[in-house]
Every structure is written in C-alpha cells, then in structure tokens.
Design a protein around this ligand. Sequence first.
Ligand code: APR
Length: 318
Amino acid sequence: MARHGKLTVIGAGFYGSTTAMRAAEYDVFDTVVLTDILDGKAEGLALDMNQARSIEGFETRVVGQTTTPDGGGYEAISGSDVVIITAGLPRKPGMSRMDLIEVNAKIVRGVAEQISKFAPDAVVIVVSNPLDEMTALTQKATGFPHDRVFGQAGMLDTARFTHFVSEKLGVPIGSVKTLTLGSHGDTMVPVPSLCTVDGKPLRDFLSEAEIEELVVRTRNGGAEVVELLKTGSAYYAPSAAAARMARAVIEDSHAVLPVCAWVTGQHNVEGVYLGVEAEIGKEGIHRIHETELEQAELASLQTASEAVRAKQSDVANL
Ligand code: APR
C-alpha cells in the first residue's frame, strides 16, 4: 500500500517519542506529527528522527510542535487520520497506575478537547494511564463515536505474557501465542485456554501453577520495569503495540488485536471500555470478536468489567 495519511502523537516523552519513531520507520505514513508542552522538545526530537531517514531508508516526514494548554500550536495536528495520546505522568516505583488518575485526567481531558477541535475526524488511540479510565474520559471529552476511541493495553499485556512463556520454555518467541483481556491492571484476564506453543495447548507444556506464576508476573509486568528503572515506566514494548495499532488503522488492515474497546453486549458485558479482541480498520473498531472463552475466563472478564465500570464513571467528573 502506498505511503499515506497523518499520524499525530501527543506527548513526546519516552512512550510518545519511541512510538513516533517506530511509526516513521514503518514508512507507511506521509507525516508523523509529534507534540509536547515542553518548549522545543518535540521539534528537537523530530529533527533528530528526520536525520535518521537516509540511514533507515524511510520517507515519512516527522514534524515536531510545541503546544500550550490553551490550544496554541494545535493547528499542526489538523487533518490527522490517527492520534495517539501519550501525554501524562508515568508511574514511580511503588505507585499503581490508579495513583495517576487525577493528574492525568486533567492532562488527557485538555488534550482530548483540542483533538475534537483540530482533528474532528481522527481515530484516537489512548495509552496514558490508568488506561481504561483515560480511554473512557477521552471518548467523553472528544464526543467522538465510541468506535473511534480505543486504548492500548491488551497488546502489551499479551506481548509480556508471550515473552514470559517463551523464556520459561526456552522456545522461539514466534512459536508462542498468548492472550490477555480485561483491564490493564489488577483485573487483567489471561486466557490460558487460547494460549499455544507451536499450535499445541500451553497446558500441555506447563502446569496450572506454572501458568499462574507467569500470569502474576505479566499482571505486574509494568511495575517490574518501573522498579528497575526507578524513574519512568516502560516504553519499548508499549510503543511497539501503539504503533502497530495506528498502522492497522491507516492500512485499514482489519487485524484482530487485543485492545481496550467499548463493548455493547459482547461476552455479556455492556456499556464499558474493556480489553477485548477487536478488528481494527480505518474507522477504528470495526468489530469486536466474541472470542470463545471458558466459563472461568468469562466470569473473570465480567468481574473486570464491574471493576472498571465504577472507575470509568467517576472519571467523567475529574
Ligand atoms: N500536552 C502535551 N504533552 C504533555 C502534556 C500536555 N498537556 N502534559 C504532559 N505532556 C508531556 C510531558 O511534557 C512529557 O514529555 O508528556 C510527556 C510524558 O513523557 P514521560 O514523562 O517520558 O512519560 P512516558 O513514559 O512517555 O509515559 C506517558 O504513558 O504508559 C503511560 O503511565 C504512562 O501516563 C504515562 C504515559
């Protein structure tokens, strides 16, 4: 497919800048816009990325833009096909994602209002934490249809689970398939019944207790990185997931990915943003897949939906 379209990444921190870099290196977008409120940060990073073009061989142009809280500079995002929101504070050691809710809600709400003004037709992908709540808030603040606003979490949690299984068994990463649904937090729902190694059930290779150990490590996957880094949170795997999601939109690929999407009765859950498998295309969420789950997995998904439902309605008032 020819190179086309405009991707905007809001927030040029670790997550935003690596996402912009990956997206530019795909060489599928015409333009990648990177914005930040810190004066010159986005422009400097964009210049640096553009100077990599002759080495990495991509034509996509990266544009950096400083923005102000009252919307200054936002004209740079006009006509964006996809916008990824990464603006917000990351965790510090010992913090949960939920500890970020008040401060990040203010940032994300402000950003979402500018997106609705300057890029009213964009598909919006949210990555700021706490993810499920920030996704719900973005939909409310933009007023966009639910299908055009979704969040990145399931792809990352799934990738972490896949990595831990591959490491534990000493098998190539490409031979392992895993899946996690639910929330990006304590009520993440791993789906062992659909996990395979070389096409065979994961349960043929690992006991329930061993699988549970990997599930716990996956659930704490973000915190483990935060503890080691001491400042800031993970961004290589997260940005890989966000950039892939944006690519699925611009290429209208209809790839089925685990994402945080608005469910309307699938898995017997209604009216909440929840991690499910969905087909992604140019209009955002094309269709939610009702992946066949075991009874216990389905029950966990419903528990997760109740946990996030309460928080998501609170967030509207922040
Ligand atoms: N508009 C644009 N950029 C903003 C705004 C805003 N209103 N407010 C903050 N920023 C920018 C900061 O200036 C900073 O450059 O967002 C960037 C955040 O970058 P980092 O501190 O490096 O955080 P990062 O690791 O990128 O994480 C961003 O993603 O995974 C989540 O929990 C994480 O919520 C956090 C987000």
